[in-house]
Every structure is written in structure tokens, then in C-alpha cells.
Write a protein that binds this ligand. Structure first.
Ligand code: TRP
Length: 465
């Protein structure tokens, strides 16, 4: 039963928080949040997002941390310990990171490429963007199967190296340094961005109330976008919060952690918008380009900034890289943790390094497959009427398994278990009534809406119009 200590434990509560915030803060914050906000009307999206974080994000986060720490196991083991018949929820939470991690590592690799390219521009070294149109530069990179595969593999290797080190001497040691570095770099980029002439329009877009997008069927679509984004960004419904919770010491304060993690994640998402929107508007562009925001629109901002533009570009893409790798570490750990549990159940040694190597290899293959697809432009066959394999993996995990798993979890999680875990060590459970209400009513209702909205928008069914 107590075998989880063999898998590892956090050395300090600061270390745990950095790792957990590192898991939450990722491409979802620095890329997904600003571009979805751009497509969904700015302030209106922000407001719905904040409401969702408070009523749903916080409670699911607390539920998952409690579940993990209570049973001391990864996501499959935790649900199995609750009851054999709930094992399937655990498997949902195990498959999701497995589907996400491949394309996630590919995108992380893109960030490395862009950091190098900006460095190349600064030194005039010939491996930069070199005055090319940024859309053309991006396309020539992602359709280049060799170089996008190489960057993907490089990113997976770095992730594997850190996770092999274990919970406190690998993951915690890295994130304790990386997260503060990320924060400082983000502040530097924000200062540059908001002091560009014409930056005000970007700030207005984020903070000035404007409900135009809610017209027609807009509301439900914005809600679904914000809900899906919140789950992805907080890493909920994907096993990781259960797994990281299982490495917490019994005297750590769960309620406080469940407040800090979503709060920090939201702050970073808003900071990312502050770094991005003013710069985009200042260079006379629109943020409504969707996924192109990070690799096309922003690169053109850095290219247009003059001599030191590439330096800011380098800092920016390095910070996105850091955010991505602290998340891919968590994704890999969530997958491996369950494999180690299963080995322990069979009486085998856990053998962290071998497990991480093997799963790392699978992740490499998956990532390279998505990279070879070249965002759908290299002539691969696709399924479900989607145009890229990235979208396919994303739809199955983020669009279906995750809200479904989270919805089940909200319904079946015994609130007494949470109560018991939170109040260990005589901690008070200050938000108990709020928690009980939200987990029973707000969370399941919202999950159903997110599920419908995601399926609707992915397949263009127009249920809500
Ligand atoms: N939250 C991460 C981000 O914002 C991505 C993510 C989703 C994730 N699910 C996860 C990270 C599970 C680790 C584990 O980009």
C-alpha cells in the first residue's frame, strides 16, 4: 500500500507548487489563452473564463489533489482504489496525456526552433528568419519533415532526461529554477510590449467590456471555448493533478494549494495576453488569426521591432519553451506513474528509468508522426473529417475524454474523502460548502456544455445555431 514513497515525494511545498504550476502553465497559457481570447471577443471571453476557474477549476483541482494524496497512487490506481468499477475513469485520465504529449512535444520543438531562429537573426548568422515573411517562414519549417522531426525528438529527449531524475531530484529541481525564470522573462516582454507606440488598443481589447460576440449562438460557443481552455490549461481531467497530489506529504495544505495553482495559472495566462495583445495591435495586426498567433503574428512583431527585436523574440520563445517543457514533464510523469503502479502491483521493481525510457520512445514515435504530418500539408490521410493529426489527437483527448472523465469524477467523488484529506493535521476546510455545491452542480453541468460545444465546433454541426 505505502509503496508510493518509492516513486518519490516532493521535498518542499515550494517545490511542489512550482512543479504543479509548471504543469498547469504551458502552451495553453502562452498560446491557447491569448489566441482563443482573440477569436472570442477579448473581454467577454476573459470574464467567462474567470467565472469558470472559480466555480469549476478550483473544485476539480481540489478534488483531484485529494484523491491522489488519499490513495498515494497514479490516476488509474486512485480510481481503482475508490472502486473497481471506476477504473475506466482512471484510464480516460491515462490515455488523454498519452494522446496530448506527442503533439505537445512537437509544438515545444517549434518553440526551440523559433528561439534559435531569433538568435540567428540577432547575430545575422544566416539561420534566422532573415527578413522573410513570417507566414512563409513558418510554413517552410513545419512542412520540412526532417527539421520538424529533429526538433520534436530533441524536445522529447530533454523531457525524458528530467523525468528520469525522479520526483524531487529531477522534476522538482528543474521546475524550482525554471518557473521563476519564466516569470521574470514574461515581465521583461510585457514591459517592452506595453511601451510600444499604439499598445493601448491591445489593452482595450482585453479589458474593455464588449459583448458583441454573444450575439446569436455566440454565448454557448464562447462558454465552450472558455471551458475547454480552462480544463486544458489547469491540466485537469488528465491524471496529472491526481499524480502530483499523490507525491504530497500528509502535512501539506491541500486547500491552499488548490487555490494557488489555478490562481497562478490564470495570472500567467493574463500576463501572456498582456505580452502579446499590445504588441500585435501596435504593429497594426489583428489577434483573430487563431493558432497562427504564436508562430506567425508574433514573429512578425519581433521582426518589425528593429535591432533588438530578435532579442525579445529569443527571450519570448525561450519562455514559451520553458512553459512547455515543465508541462511535458508532467504529462510524461502522469503516464509513467501508472505504469510504475502496475509493476508494483505485480511485485516487480518499479524501475523508473526503464519505464521512462520506454514511454519516452513511444512519445518520440508519436511526436514524429505528428511532425511528419506537417500540420496536414504533407499529404497524409486523415480521419473524422479533420485536417490534421494534431487536431485528431486533441479532439479525442481535450474534446471528449477529458470533459467526460471530469464530469464522472465530479459525480462519483465522495465529498467525505475530500473533507477528510483537507482537514488532516487540523487544517480548516474553509470553502467546504462552496466546494460541495460546485462539485455536485456547477461542474457536471458545465462539463456537459463543454462536451457539446467542443463536438459542435470541431465537426461544424451547428447544434446551437
Ligand atoms: N496545462 C498545460 C498547458 O496549459 C497542458 C496540459 C494539458 C497538461 N493537460 C496536461 C500538462 C496534463 C500536464 C499534464 O499547456
Amino acid at each position: 500500500m505505502e509503496h508510493h514513497h518509492e516513486k518519490g515525494q516532493w521535498g518542499s511545498s515550494f517545490g511542489f507548487l512550482m512543479a504543479a504550476i509548471g504543469s498547469a502553465v504551458g502552451l495553453g497559457n502562452l498560446w491557447g489563452f491569448p489566441y482563443k481570447m482573440g477569436m472570442n471577443g477579448g473581454f467577454a471571453f476573459l470574464l467567462l473564463y474567470l467565472i469558470l476557474v472559480v466555480f469549476v477549476g478550483y473544485v476539480i483541482c481540489l478534488g483531484e489533489l485529494s484523491l491522489g494524496r488519499h490513495f498515494g497512487k497514479g490516476v488509474v490506481g486512485a480510481y481503482e482504489s475508490l472502486s473497481k468499477k471506476y477504473a475506466f475513469i482512471g484510464w480516460f485520465g491515462w490515455i488523454s496525456p498519452l494522446l496530448i504529449i506527442g503533439f505537445y512535444c512537437m509544438l515545444g520543438g517549434y518553440c526551440l526552433k523559433y528561439a534559435f531562429a531569433n538568435l540567428g537573426d540577432f547575430f545575422g548568422a544566416g539561420f534566422g528568419v532573415g527578413g522573410q515573411d513570417s507566414a512563409a517562414f513558418f510554413q517552410s519549417f513545419y512542412t520540412d519533415q526532417l527539421s520538424s522531426s529533429v526538433y520534436t525528438i530533441l524536445f522529447v529527449l530533454l523531457t525524458v532526461l528530467i523525468v528520469r531524475g525522479g520526483v524531487s531530484s529531477g522534476i522538482e529541481r528543474f521546475t524550482k529554477v525554471a518557473m521563476p525564470a519564466l516569470f521574470v522573462s514574461l515581465v521583461i516582454v510585457i514591459i517592452r510590449s506595453v511601451t510600444l507606440p499604439g499598445a493601448g488598443a491591445g489593452l482595450e481589447f482585453i479589458f474593455k467590456p464588449n459583448w458583441e460576440v454573444f450575439q446569436g449562438p455566440g454565448f454557448i460557443n464562447v462558454l465552450a471555448a472558455a471551458g475547454g481552455q480552462m480544463f486544458f490549461s489547469l491540466s485537469l481531467g488528465m491524471g496529472i493533478t491526481v499524480t502530483y497530489g499523490s507525491y504530497m506529504k500528509k502535512d501539506a495544505n491541500l486547500e491552499r494549494s488548490a487555490l494557488i495553482i489555478p490562481f497562478a495559472d490564470t495570472v500567467i495566462a493574463i500576463m501572456a495576453s498582456l505580452a502579446i495583445m499590445p504588441a500585435v495591435f501596435a504593429t497594426g495586426q489583428e489577434p483573430t488569426q487563431g493558432p497562427g498567433l504564436l508562430f506567425i503574428t508574433l514573429q512578425s512583431v519581433f521582426s518589425a521591432m528593429g535591432k533588438f527585436g530578435p532579442i525579445f523574440g529569443f527571450i519570448f520563445y525561450m519562455l514559451v519553451f520553458i512553459a512547455a517543457i515543465t508541462s511535458s514533464i508532467a504529462l510524461l510523469e502522469a503516464i509513467c506513474s501508472t505504469v510504475m503502479d502496475k509493476r508494483a502491483e505485480k511485485g516487480k521493481p518499479m524501475n523508473r528509468k526503464a519505464v521512462v525510457n520506454l514511454i519516452g520512445l513511444i512519445v518520440c514515435l508519436e511526436g514524429v508522426f505528428v511532425a511528419l504530418d506537417g500540420l496536414g500539408e504533407n499529404g497524409f490521410p486523415h480521419i473524422f473529417g479533420l485536417s490534421t493529426w494534431l487536431d485528431t489527437f486533441d479532439l479525442i483527448s481535450e474534446g471528449i475524454l477529458m470533459p467526460l472523465g471530469a464530469c464522472y469524477m465530479a459525480i462519483i467523488l465522495p465529498t467525505e474523502l475530500v473533507d477528510k484529506e483537507v482537514t488532516l493535521n487540523n487544517n480548516k476546510f474553509r470553502t467546504q460548502k462552496f466546494f460541495d455545491f460546485c462539485i455536485k452542480f456547477c461542474a457536471p453541468l458545465l462539463m456537459v456544455l463543454v462536451l457539446l460545444g467542443q463536438i459542435d465546433s470541431f465537426f461544424g454541426l451547428k447544434i446551437f445555431s
